[in-house]
Design a protein around this ligand. Structure first.
Ligand SMILES: NC(=O)c1ccc[n+]([C@@H]2O[C@H](COP(=O)([O-])OP(=O)(O)OC[C@H]3O[C@@H](n4cnc5c(N)ncnc54)[C@H](O)[C@@H]3O)[C@@H](O)[C@H]2O)c1
Length: 275
């Protein structure tokens, strides 16, 4: 019997990352990654105080070598069971450039780096967003976003064209790119006996959602939650529960797809929003 520890990698030590680490990390080695050392140290300390075996590795997901180092550290630490990519930025508090570098390119780096170390049974989940479901891109644009080498992503026409637009449009584009890139990556993961999916949250009550609530789009966000009938944000625990399913034994036939976790917001926006 193998004595190797089971390893769970979580990128992003924010609201979702911590909830996922707590839900998946019991009895396993948690390798937590964040670009900000203070945030990372606080999260690792909190997990250790609760009895988890947690390690931190400072990682900037927008930097490919940094993500490769994380993947190598994970592979060296034991049997890679789950990788959950929650590191990201929001449209309410970031520039277009930052959104493209972190949410679009960073996710591509995670998909590529962990494909190289994925083994039989590894399950990857990338956190995209409900915003990706409101994107309206052409087939050619989606083809490019799904399959262009990561190093070429920021030079695609569809990405360049978004440079002078609003951050929210860049965010919608980046999150749709996450969907299609993960879908396209399922083949390579299948060949290694591994799986990869996205989860698309609507509003989950984390520091990011609180910052958005306080921003110019905050009222719109709250109004949508009311209008769609759910009347509340999701909790980090509800997000972690879906991730547990997507990385667990109940979803072995589920790969290359997206789970929309938005309390019905996308459905309201598409079919019921007054025009
Ligand atoms: N909270 C929501 O309502 C919501 C809704 C839809 C999608 N999302 C997405 O969910 C993901 C997680 O969001 P959250 O709510 O936990 O946010 P959060 O702000 O609580 O946590 C995000 C973490 O990512 C880290 N980070 C930022 N840039 C990084 C980089 N370049 N490299 C490594 N780490 C970096 C931050 O330091 C932070 O700790 C993000 O991709 C976000 O876009 C969030």
């Amino acid at each position: 019997m193998s004595t190797e520890p089971d390893v769970v990698v979580v990128t992003g030590a924010g609201g979702m990352g911590l909830a996922v680490a707590r839900r998946l990390g019991g009895g396993r080695t948690v390798l937590l990654a964040d670009a900000f050392p203070d945030t990372l140290d606080r999260a690792v300390d909190a997990l250790r105080a609760e009895g988890y075996t947690a390690k931190g590795q400072v990682t900037d997901v927008s930097d490919a070598p940094s993500v490769v180092k994380l993947a190598e550290a994970a592979a060296g630490a034991g049997r890679l069971t789950a990788v959950v990519h929650t590191a990201g930025v929001s449209a309410a508090t970031s520039t277009v450039r930052k959104i493209m570098e972190v949410d679009l390119l960073g996710t591509a780096h995670v998909i590529d780096a962990f494909e190289q170390v994925a083994t039989r049974g590894t399950a990857v989940v990338c956190v995209a967003s409900m915003a990706g479901h409101v994107a309206r891109l052409t087939e050619e644009q989606e083809q490019a976003l799904a399959t262009a080498p990561a190093a070429e992503l920021l030079d695609l026409d569809v990405v360049r064209d978004a440079r002078d637009g609003e951050p929210v449009m860049a965010y919608i584009l980046a999150k749709r790119a996450n969907h299609v890139r993960v879908q396209a990556a399922a083949l390579a993961y299948n060949r290694r006996g591994a799986r990869i999916n996205t989860v698309s949250p609507g509003v989950i009550a984390t520091p990011m959602a609180r910052a958005e609530q306080d921003s110019a789009s905050g009222d719109h966000m709250l109004a949508t939650l009311e209008a769609c009938g759910i009347g509340r944000p999701g909790t980090p625990g509800e997000l972690a529960e879906v991730v547990a399913f997507l990385t667990g034994p109940g979803s072995l036939y589920l790969t290359g797809t997206d789970v929309l976790l938005d309390g019905g917001q996308a459905g309201w926006l598409r079919w019921h929003r007054p025009r």
